[in-house]
Design a protein around this ligand. Structure first.
Ligand SMILES: [Zn+2]
Length: 223
């Protein structure tokens, strides 16, 4: 695998996260599985919008850097838990998208079928219970959900999106934050009009038959 190319792509994703306001300061982290037990991850305590090649560190499955010298964020344990539970996952982004977090702080989530795009791409997004940052509670909090979906909200903390590629993980994050923004704006105006079970069913058929999207999602209505 071409580590240089992946490092370059991680740097690009870091810039996009910062530009879109999905992270501020030194928040968030990005990772990519380069071999069964080797991962490229972003360094701790750096602005992910200004990453250099040295800020993208090769680690093993325990989270230890292969070459010592740089500090890896404790949040990387969250990524390692996903890679352990989901051998099909290649890339992970953890961010702090403000509309998603605002909804959770106000007691809302992305658990209603509001927009066709988010129904097809994300399904019902679960909220992992609040976990104290930097503790083992954070990776443990996602265990009940990660085998069922690639998109999880972390209660009053942030988001986790995973995929076959970095761009796929980013796309899911972008759709999730946009859905949260639209939901938040609609809540300012008044009551919410959800898509009906029939409308959702048609979208689910399109998802599998036309779009052929193969990543798991939690359906809004159990069959
Ligand atoms: Zn975080």
């Amino acid at each position: 695998m071409n580590l240089y190319r992946i490092r370059t792509e991680i740097i690009k994703i870091g810039k996009k996260l910062r530009e879109r306001g999905f992270i501020v300061a030194t928040e968030g982290n990005i990772s990519f599985r380069v071999a069964a037990d080797k991962f490229l991850v972003t360094a701790s305590g750096v602005d992910k919008g200004e990453l250099t090649e040295e800020d993208v560190i090769l680690i093993d499955r325990t989270g230890k850097p292969v070459m010592l010298g740089r500090k890896v964020s404790t949040e990387i344990k969250l990524h390692l838990k996903v890679y352990e539970k989901r051998p099909d996952i290649q890339a992970i982004i953890h961010a702090h998208p403000p509309y998603c977090i605002s909804l959770m702080c106000a007691g809302y989530g992305l658990d209603k079928p509001l927009l066709p795009e988010s129904v097809v791409m994300l399904g019902k997004v679960p909220i992992a219970p609040y976990a104290t940052p930097s503790t083992e509670m954070v990776p443990e909090s996602i265990v009940p959900y990660i085998t069922r979906t690639d998109c999880i909200l972390l209660d009053r903390h942030g988001s986790l999106t995973a995929g076959q590629s970095l761009s796929e993980a980013f796309l899911k994050l972008e759709i999730m934050e946009n859905a949260a923004k639209i939901y938040w704006q609609a809540l300012q105006i008044g009551s919410i009009r959800e898509l009906s079970p029939q409308e959702v069913q048609i979208l689910m058929q399109l998802r599998s038959q036309t779009y052929k999207l193969n990543w798991p999602i939690i359906p809004f209505f159990e069959e």
